[in-house]
Design a protein around this ligand. Structure first.
Ligand code: DC
Length: 644
């Protein structure tokens, strides 16, 4: 799938169980692998990054098995001695795998190669390598200095003393050293050089090491003392918390889209720093409640989210969600101290600025901050995701501004949350569409307009767009089979629908487009794929709150495949010809029933035979044959089903 079209949403509400935390999953796997004894890991995240770690452990000779489908794994720990002494490990784009594995393998006396995808080879690892070299590790850069791929060779490890590591580029370097040092059995002190960023992630590392029996003492966030001892011991069974970063999208959805949205799997007892995203949301005016194992968010009691100016160094991942929430704030917002965004899955500062501008925001991109001015009106856009799961997940929230969004390469969410879009659409309520398709003169126009009126919904007569294109083409002398030129006309059509009137370039053509010449012309231009493509977005723009009734030939199949209700209206050719005859005579237009019948049959045949969006009843559409029915009966039939 190259892209995913998300419909405009009315709001969000509901409850959701979170997938396991990526940070906890990969740390726990490595600790369980290095520990003495077997560890049962429950609720492990199923995702690409975790698969990379599992694959690597298997290659290193660590035995693990999966029990059933609900994230239960059994890992047989190797007691600090990596069984396979030579291996080539591919770690994709998983920073939580390559950094700690580099450290652990550098201290374990084997010969290894660690590589990843192209982007991984642009993500720095030099500060970690420098730290490990102080311990006597032998590590070589295969390509650029400071970046993977790496060759790890058996070194003369001299643990003990003091190791210095920089903490201001990625906290994962410190995490990697902390987790690996107990393998040496010697007390070692780590000194952090530079201001440590993302401190809550270090807290996760220390907490998990403690659960595996290694208590690190620390002085502020500058010195960490890893004790001498026998290394890690399995705690038996360990539960992986829900992912607090993943929770941010749903909590933001509740804050933007009304709510309440409740996430289960993280709460105030969580060891993940990203639960503090909830506090940030509160500063935006959202109403947030928290239990030990759940968090719930809803919109401010009144008005929009409040503009904010926040230092987000402690929650760099969840901060991305705030960048998109800024679109919904009541004024300009500033996200500060987020320079680490530049070395993540992509340069997130640049990527976020570019994509926010596409939906209408004006954005200032600083070296370590973003200033975001929300637009008056969000614009539909195709969002590029840069192989970054969080870009894809964040931008789904734009739909809560009743704005449709296309997410390019949506499968990048597999990195941490393969089922993300299903979860999102389970809590977000799309603006409902009632699609009514069928052949000419089946009564769908009248029925659709009345249903729309009864429900207070917008109404789209898609046939009128094809009629307008035919008329505009004929007026400019463009042959109706000249696909390129007719499509250009369709793309630029200057039409205005207002109070039941249709105005084409200042000319009221409401009646004119109903004439047979436009009917026949419409059927011809409607068979051209480029014309249909050119009208797609224009039709989707009719989807506005509180809902839309759309009628035509491909409303349920192509334009609104996610329509809440689909109907297929039809009637016998004789009855349809009679209805058309009566309409024309009533309007004082000349008509002949035989030629109308013939025209209808020809048009049906053309609409059904064309290669793109042929007219047909969909399996999920309700069939309504109006041959023996009055308009009132048909309207009542549709309303009854919709209201059900
Ligand atoms: O519904 P109508 O008679 O106004 O449609 C005019 C022509 O446009 C008809 O020949 C079929 C075509 N059409 C289409 O191909 N797809 C639509 N969604 C609507 C109309």
């Amino acid at each position: 799938m190259e892209f995913l079209d998300l419909p405009p949403m009315l709001g969000a509400g509901g409850t959701l169980r979170l997938p396991g935390s990526k940070s906890i999953s990969n740390r726990t796997l490595l600790l369980a692998a290095l520990a003495r004894g077997e560890t049962c890991i429950r609720d492990l995240l199923a995702s690409d990054d975790v698969d990379r770690m599992l694959d690597a452990l298997a290659k290193l000779g660590v035995e693990w098995s999966r029990d059933g489908d609900d994230g239960e794994y059994l890992v047989r720990g190797v007691g600090g001695v990596v069984p396979v002494k030579s291996a080539d490990l591919f770690l994709g784009n998983a920073g939580t795998a390559i950094r700690p594995l580099t450290a652990a393998l550098a201290l374990s006396g084997g010969q290894y190669r660690l590589s990843g995808v192209a982007r991984m080879h642009e993500r720095p690892i030099g500060d970690l390598v420098d730290g490990l070299r102080q311990l006597g590790a032998e590590i070589h850069y295969e390509g650029n200095d400071g970046f993977p791929p790496l060759q790890v060779l058996p070194g003369q490890i001299r643990a003990g003393g003091v190791v210095k590591v920089r903490g201001d580029v990625s906290s994962q370097f410190l995490t990697a050293l902390l987790m690996a040092l107990p393998l040496t059995g010697t007390e070692t002190t780590i000194e952090v050089v530079g201001e440590l960023i993302s401190k809550p992630y270090i807290a996760i590392t220390l907490e998990l090491m403690a659960r595996f029996g290694v208590e690190v003492s620390r002085v502020g966030w500058e010195r960490f003392i890893v004790p001498a001892g026998a290394g890690y011991t399995s705690p038996g069974t360990i539960f992986v918390e829900g992912d607090a970063s993943s929770a941010s999208y749903f909590l933001a959805a509740g804050a933007i889209g009304g709510g309440p949205v409740r996430v289960e799997g993280v709460g105030q007892a969580s060891i993940q720093g990203d639960v503090r995203f909830a506090a940030a949301l509160q500063q935006l005016g959202a109403r947030v409640e928290m239990g030990d194992n759940w968090i719930e968010a809803r919109a401010p009691a009144q008005g929009r989210l409040k503009a904010f100016d926040l230092d987000l160094n402690h929650i760099p991942d969840a901060a991305m969600t705030l960048a998109v929430a800024a679109l919904f704030a009541d004024g300009p917002c500033r996200l500060r101290n987020i320079a680490s965004w530049r070395v993540k899955e992509t340069d997130r500062l640049a990527a976020m600025a570019t994509e926010l501008r596409k939906v209408g925001a004006s954005v200032e991109e600083g070296p370590d901050y973003l200033r975001i001015v929300p637009p008056v009106r969000l614009q539909p856009a195709a969002i590029d995701t840069y192989d970054d799961h969080r870009m894809a997940m964040c931008f789904s929230l734009v739909t809560l501004g009743a704005c449709r969004v296309r997410i390019n390469d949506p499968r990048c969410v597999n990195k941490t949350f393969p089922t993300y879009f299903d979860c999102f659409t389970s809590i977000a309520r799309a603006i409902p569409v009632i699609a009514i398709d069928g052949p000419s003169a089946s009564g769908k126009g009248t029925v659709a307009a009345r249903v729309a009126e009864a429900l207070g919904f917008a109404y789209l007569d898609s046939g009128s767009l094809y009629r307008l294109v035919a008329l505009a083409a004929m007026r400019s002398g463009v042959p109706l089979d000249d696909e390129v030129r007719v499509a250009r006309i369709a793309a630029r059509l200057a039409v205005c629908f207002e109070a039941g009137r249709i105005v084409l370039e200042k000319d009221d053509v409401t009646e004119l487009i109903r004439e047979e010449i436009c009917s026949v012309g419409a059927s011809k231009v409607a068979a051209l794929p480029a014309v249909r493509a050119a009208l797609l977005d224009r039709q989707r723009d009719f989807r506005t709150a509180p809902g839309l009734v759309a009628e035509g030939r491909d409303m349920g199949s192509v334009v609104f495949p996610d329509a809440a209700h689909k109907f297929y209206l039809t009637a016998s050719v004789e009855v349809r010809a009679e209805r058309r005859y009566k309409q024309l005579i009533d309007k004082g237009m000349p008509a002949n029933i035989e030629s109308l019948s013939k025209d209808l049959e020809e048009r049906d045949a053309r609409d059904a035979a064309r290669s793109v969006a042929p007219l047909r009843k969909l399996p999920d559409a309700v069939l309504l044959d109006t041959t023996g029915m009055t308009v009132e009966e048909a309207v009542a039939f549709v309303l009854e089903r919709v209201r059900d």
